[in-house]
Design a protein. Structure first.
Ligand SMILES: [Zn+2]
Ligand SMILES: [Zn+2]
Length: 433
């Protein structure tokens, strides 16, 4: 048993804590002992530096405050004006629900659903679940379905894209101001605060500790089971469980040592993404029309047009989001899947860094989709009209599929493969970071 890197960030001021207990790192699989943690302290894996758990300084009130703030902001952002566009005497006032209505009216219901889920539905559900779970913890009451609520909350965390939408608005703004006057409404500025609040809320809900607290309310202590050859560390909550169980008794997730069919599902999502990336690049992404004619741009011709017309910054942002990130992400996933299934192509620290990078950047590819949606909502008069092309749907699917591919990939398989393929028994510990 190795002791963990422990960052002491604050003095203990509340009764909440986490006793010392064993965990298997969810990234590299190393079994280790988490020391007793107090509010404001966090633990990382000794081998791959994976973040394991951090108890908020204000363990209960902090997340409750962030989630309440986020929910209030979400309501205000949905109800107030986002931007106003003045073009040749015509005023177009945009709200976020208004943009979704325009999408549905133009028969792009799928994009409307995706935009609704990523910018509103997921954040609302996430904050409500957060309030429910933390409300129960604050009242020291085991509420019905708390484990299920925590599991859903944790899964929703990576699917909130208010920050991506905010950056997309800035990109769209640079494009719009060459044609029209733009006035930002209160919802725009509040979206920035909302994005920060949501990131903070997502950071402040450590599921490993929440499951401990929920079990404690039910009179159980999940940290007592001593790891043996007949126990297994749950991949979701990280607590030790008897290996013969199918479902974890601490968090209710499926119990497995490595995610079943991880590489196959991950590869299937990736192959689908690669196939859809072809129509996403060949078909038009955005169709613009004015009294002088209609122009259909693919992702690449759009970037080329912007570069030539002097919008070099937007050209570079769209190039990074729509071409560089998806291609790099697809290549990275191919390297990761090959390394875990056949032979490690890079050193384990490099593969781990590649995995974390791939997991974190994928969502930013949605910038182009959001920009097209904002432009479409802004320009919908006969004088200037923007419509999404068929490629927008394919591209949206590419982004979602590559995110799923990374989600299903179990990084522990890379460490397992290195251990079995290496003739040097000391190699697994070479990944100190
Ligand atoms: Zn690790
Ligand atoms: Zn569990």
């Amino acid at each position: 048993m190795k002791s963990l890197i422990l960052n002491r960030l604050a003095d203990n001021t509340s009764g909440y804590h986490l006793p010392q207990h064993p965990v298997d790192c969810p990234c590299c699989g190393l079994r280790q002992s988490v020391p007793a943690l107090q509010p404001g302290e966090e633990a990382h894996c000794t081998r791959c530096n994976q973040h394991l758990v951090r108890i908020e300084r204000n363990a209960i009130n902090g997340p409750l405050a962030y989630a309440t703030g986020s929910l209030m902001m979400l309501v205000v952002v949905a109800l107030t004006q986002y931007i106003q566009i003045d073009l040749a005497g015509l005023h177009v006032t945009l709200t976020i629900p208004g943009m979704m209505r325009v999408l549905i009216a133009q028969d792009f219901g799928f994009l409307a659903e995706v935009m609704f889920m990523l910018t509103f539905g997921t954040p609302v559900l996430f904050t409500l679940l957060c309030l429910y779970v933390y409300g129960g913890l604050k009242a020291e009451q085991a509420l019905p379905g708390m484990l299920y609520a925590t599991r859903v909350m944790v899964r929703l965390r990576g699917w909130m894209m208010v920050d991506v939408f905010f950056i997309s608005t800035l990109v769209a703004y640079i494009k719009i101001i060459s044609y029209a006057q733009v006035i930002f409404g209160p919802a725009f500025y509040l979206t920035f605060i909302l994005a920060i609040l949501l990131i903070r809320t997502a950071q402040s809900v450590p599921e490993h500790w929440i499951y401990y607290e929920i079990q404690r309310l039910a009179g159980r202590n999940p940290t007592t089971l001593v790891p043996t050859a007949h126990t297994i560390s749950c991949s979701s909550c990280l607590y030790e469980q008897p290996a013969n169980r199918k479902i974890c008794t601490v968090c209710g997730s499926l119990l497995y040592a490595r995610r079943p069919l991880s590489l196959r599902v991950s590869m299937a999502c990736l192959l689908a993404a690669i196939m859809l990336y072809i129509p996403a690049n060949v078909l038009p992404m955005m169709i613009t029309s004015n009294p002088l004619g209609t122009q259909a741009n693919t992702i690449f011709s759009g970037i080329e047009y912007m570069w030539q017309s002097g919008d070099k910054v937007i050209a570079m942002i769209i190039f990074s989001a729509s071409m560089a990130i998806p291609i790099l992400k697809i290549l990275a996933m191919l390297i990761l899947i090959y390394s875990a299934g056949f032979r490690p192509l890079l050193s384990l620290p490099s593969l781990t860094r590649l995995y974390r990078f791939t997991e974190s950047v994928g969502r930013w590819s949605m910038i182009d989709i959001f920009v097209v949606i904002i432009l479409m909502a802004a320009f919908r008069t006969p004088l200037a009209k923007v419509a999404p092309g068929a490629a927008s749907v394919y591209f949206c699917l590419v982004v979602l599929l590559t995110m799923l591919s990374a989600l299903y990939f179990d990084p522990r398989l890379m460490w397992d493969k290195m251990r079995t393929s290496s003739s040097h028994p000391s190699s697994p510990t070479a990944g100190q970071s």
